[in-house]
Design a protein around this ligand. Structure first.
Ligand code: VGL
Ligand code: ZN
Length: 204
């Protein structure tokens, strides 16, 4: 049983959004086309309370994209983004949503960031996604969405650690940093993850 995980396809990560990923809108038609190939489609939303500690604006004298230590974990400071119930946090309107069976929200604890759809960055709390997928008989996950080098990467990595086969659909994601994504890809491959193009999925 295969599941498609649509990671953080939210207005704030698209061009014009608060934490825009270059060319992020290019993945929308691909994410729409892919859905028919899967038994189960699940989405995530980055869903931060106002004043989240991952926001640069929460730290006086700090700049966006600077890295700090946050309660013992490295933390990149982001522009305010995906604030709970804001327009920026909504799934992109052009994304077909009717086949999305469940939406997992993450990043809700103000004191810890959560890139992975499975766990917060300290692996302290589970979102329940792994058990949900296992309950549905899922053995393989395919990951698409934004951003490749953060939430897509950490989701695929945790999926592998949870015992799922994990494949990132490369043309259905875009990165914040090209270098960061190159490193993340190498790491995923080393852990047994796969990278493929949507054309291979759509042909199946
Ligand atoms: C993300 C940075 C901060 C992502 C979320 O969805 O990749 N990146 N919050
Ligand atoms: Zn975030």
């Amino acid at each position: 049983m295969k599941a498609l995980l649509l990671i953080d396809i939210q207005n704030d990560f698209l061009p014009g959004g608060r934490l825009a990923v270059a060319d992020g809108d290019a993945i929308i038609p691909i994410a729409n086309a892919l859905q028919a190939q899967f038994d189960l489609v699940v989405a995530t939303q980055d869903w931060h309370p106002a004043g989240h500690q991952s926001f640069a604006s929460s730290h006086a004298g700090r700049s966006q994209f600077e890295q700090i230590d946050l309660y013992g974990l490295p933390q990149v400071l982001w522009p305010d983004h995906c604030t709970q119930a804001s327009t920026g946090a909504e799934l992109v309107p052009a994304l077909h949503a009717e086949r999305i069976e469940a939406i997992f929200r993450k990043g809700t604890n103000p004191e810890i960031d959560s890139y992975s759809a499975f766990f917060d960055n300290g692996h302290r709390k589970s979102t329940g996604l792994a058990d949900y997928l296992r309950g549905r008989g899922v053995t393989e996950v395919y990951v698409a969405g934004l951003a490749a080098d953060y939430c897509v990467y950490f989701t695929a990595k945790d999926a592998l650690a949870e015992g799922f086969a994990a494949t990132v659909i490369e043309d259905a994601t875009r990165a914040i940093s090209a270098d960061g994504w190159a490193q993340a890809k190498a790491d995923l491959q080393q852990r047994g993850g796969q990278l493929i193009n949507s054309t291979e999925v759509l042909a199946g």
